[in-house]
Design a protein around this ligand. Sequence first.
Ligand code: RIB
Length: 270
Amino acid sequence: MGAVVVLGSLNIDSVVEVERHPQPGETLIGGDVVKHFGGKGANQAIAAARAGAKVGFVGRVGDDADGDAYLQRLASFGIDTMHVARTSGVPTGHAAIAVDGSGENTIIVSPGANARVTVGDLAPLGSLGAGDVLLCSLEVDTAVVAEAVRIAAARGARSVVNLAPYAPLPADVLDLADPVVVNKHENALLWADDLVPRSVLVTLGGEGSRWGQNVVPAQKAAAVVDTTGAGDSYCGTLAAALAAGVADADAMEAASAAAALSVTWLGAQP
Ligand code: RIB
């Protein structure tokens, strides 16, 4: 059974429930602000750990109380934080999130320390080997993600690359990833950029997910409270299943089940 190494972001999410999302230039009154742990990287790492994987994290937090809290948070899920570095004078990443009555969200990310992750932070990837999975998302510098995928490939490890938030990656990197994970919107942007990765898994919300010949229906959520963490739960669980040697379609089933569960609570993480 391989390990999962996550390269990605750690954010503190400030979440406000709203009846509907504001138009540009409009002010709305929402509910009380609630703080949750978030960030695509950390959400995915926690999903992978909950799915049973041995997980290590490569990223950055600020040298602040939020950074302290986040290191404890990851450790409480058994995630190896040895390679989460501290950046002085820069805040831990934050996200401002509005969630409406149907669970749909809008997110503004202030990257803070996440934007200070460099290629110099990738030394731990030297321990990757066959069977391991590198899981990346794009709230850290895309040049760093590209280099990480190349290092993983050189070491015989698999890369799962969640192209969220969407940014184009070099064609060689898109061809190394197996799979590139996109939602419908990101998939349209890939096509618009004329980029065709070798292996693409498209998540289709309530319509399920598609990866090559594998088409897996969505699992029905008991209740939809907040969809913020659904994509990350999917990616983290998928990576854990692939690292465990599970067949692609079964890994997608497990990921769909985790995504359905994740929408039943407010916030991106359990
Ligand atoms: O994917 C959801 C995440 O996006 C949130 O937790 C927020 O921090 C942003 O990174």
